[in-house]
Design a protein around this ligand. Structure first.
Ligand code: AMP
Ligand code: MG
Length: 487
């Protein structure tokens, strides 16, 4: 297949014109291929080699429009940091169309392909640094089994882009069944435009939640299902230590996918109050706050859907699924992380004490769970690599006594438990310093670091002994790394 033959459908473009603006991407000078994701490419029947060809580079840098593509940018609004922000919209994202796959349609969207009517003060571009972060993290999250938008390919251009310093331009081609957000609904609700609100809800239900069509109140069921998916997504985030950084309602996917990778981070030295976004001074989106904020965002969606749902009580009922759904998913994931097959009343206490121990010692989140898988029930003397993660050795020892007793209660056997835990606790995550190292290399024209890191992160649970260094604690220089909203 050539890029021109990409079999695009354009279901979103069939909505009334108020939902979007048709426009052409703005070309970039001398675009070049940077990277592509093999598993993402496979979803639409392509390979990395295809995506590296000049015809695909032209289409995925926005320099050429494929024959069946109907490019558009969508309008949305949203709450930013808890405050109503009014109209936002795709300020630098341009949807090309959807491609049918065995698991449903996948929309392809260029991020950084030029100004749109929703760019406000922005330049419509994305820089190489932030594009590498979004590209790598999207694919890392997918490999971790966490609901996310995908990153298909990344192209670059020498075009200078002004941020805190001058950087160069890049375009990430993202993929998701849809990029409709909570803010897409808030947009019409805030304008009392019930017709458009209903049209959008019917589109989302018809395309992505067809099973809700027969329900007595499909809009209530939509809210309930989105709330459940959001709760589950956030339970996944909490159990790998992922922090989104900008959980504004315009960054919340109506499919419960992790969306818009900006100043995200993975927890290293555990601190529940950790804030990964340097710009978020109040810590609204800190690790611990992600859980209540997810609920708050669903509440904002509920407010927007209320005219369709009708009764406030029905909306409340739908919202009430958040806590129990989050609790169930978290419980399942934590049992897997601790290698517990059975569920017992006292487990909640054990989980609390586990996180309390991590908090008191600021132990590395990923290394802790990974090394925990190596624990031998009857050999405390072999705990040393795990125990080394704690300053308070006596505190660890007391915790380990409780954990071992719990393992013995269910007759846990070391080898299969280790195997199961290594499927639940990744060895490799996208640590900031790893991203930063690959970015600096890329800024010097060498993309091999991006390729290598992508390959490692595509198999986060595998031992990959030859790549041990990618699982190491951050070096000293990395303790000063800061990520902000600038992208
Ligand atoms: P974010 O918080 O990064 O998801 O972005 C919030 C809003 O700002 C969205 O409407 C984006 O499309 C827009 N935006 C962010 N960066 C740019 C940019 N460089 N040019 C145009 N719009 C942007
Ligand atoms: Mg956004």
């Amino acid at each position: 297949m050539t890029a021109d033959e990409l079999p695009f459908n354009n279901s979103f473009a069939e909505l009334p014109p108020a939902f979007f603006t048709r426009l052409m991407p703005t070309p970039l000078p001398s675009p070049h291929f940077i990277a592509a994701s093999s598993p993402a490419a496979a979803l639409i029947g392509l390979s990395v080699a295809d995506l590296a060809r000049p015809d695909f580079v032209d289409v995925f840098s926005g320099n050429k429009v494929a024959a069946r593509s109907q490019p558009l940018s969508a309008v949305y609004s949203g709450h930013q940091f808890g405050v109503w922000a009014g109209q936002l919209g795709d300020g630098r994202a341009i949807t090309l169309g959807e491609i049918a796959t065995p698991t449903g349609p996948m929309e392809l969207q260029l991020k950084g392909a030029g100004r749109t009517p929703y760019s406000r003060m922005g330049d419509g571009r994305a820089v190489l640094r932030s594009s590498i972060r979004e590209f790598l993290c999207s694919e890392a999250m997918a490999a971790l089994g966490i609901p996310t938008t995908r990153a298909l390919a990344m192209t670059g251009s020498p075009q200078p882009i002004a941020r805190e310093t001058m950087e160069s331009a890049a375009v990430v081609t993202r993929m998701a069944p849809t990029f409709v957000r909570f803010g897409s609904f808030e947009h019409w609700a805030s304008r009392n435009r019930e017709t458009e609100l209903r049209t959008l809800a019917d589109y989302v239900i018809g395309q992505f939640y067809p099973e809700l069509q027969g329900a007595a109140n499909p809009y209530k069921e939509l809210l309930a299902e989105v709330t459940r998916r959001t709760a589950r997504m956030i339970a996944h985030w909490q159990t790998v230590g992922f922090m989104h950084g900008v959980m504004n309602t315009d960054n919340m996917s109506i499919l419960g996918l992790t969306l818009d990778y900006g100043p995200f981070g993975f927890m290293e030295a555990f601190d529940a109050k950790h804030i990964c976004n340097h710009t978020d001074q109040g810590g609204r989106y800190s690790y611990a706050n992600q859980v209540p904020v997810g609920h708050w965002n669903c509440y904002a969606l509920a407010n927007a859907l209320l005219p369709l749902i009708g009764e406030p009580e029905a909306a409340e009922e739908a919202l009430d699924v958040y806590r129990p759904e989050f609790g169930r998913q978290l419980d399942t994931l934590l049992h897997a992380k601790l290698g517990l097959k059975e569920s017992r009343d006292e487990d909640a206490g054990l989980f609390d004490r586990t996180f309390g121990l991590l908090q008191d010692n600021h132990a590395d989140f990923t290394l802790f769970f990974r090394r925990l898988g190596e624990l031998k029930v009857d050999e405390p003397a072999a705990d040393e690599p795990l125990r080394d993660l704690f300053i308070d050795r006596a505190g660890f020892d007391a915790w380990a006594v409780e954990y071992r007793a719990r393992l013995r209660q269910e007759g846990s056997i070391d080898a299969p438990r280790r195997e199961g835990m290594h499927r639940a606790n990744p060895k490799y995550i996208l640590r900031n310093y790893l991203a930063q190292t690959a970015i600096e290399q890329a800024q010097n024209g060498d993309f091999s670091g991006v390729h290598k890191l992508l390959a490692v992160l595509e198999r986060p649970f595998d031992e990959q002994a030859e790549n041990d260094s990618y699982a190491a604690l951050p070096p000293d220089w990395a303790s000063h790394l800061e990520v902000s909203c600038s992208s």
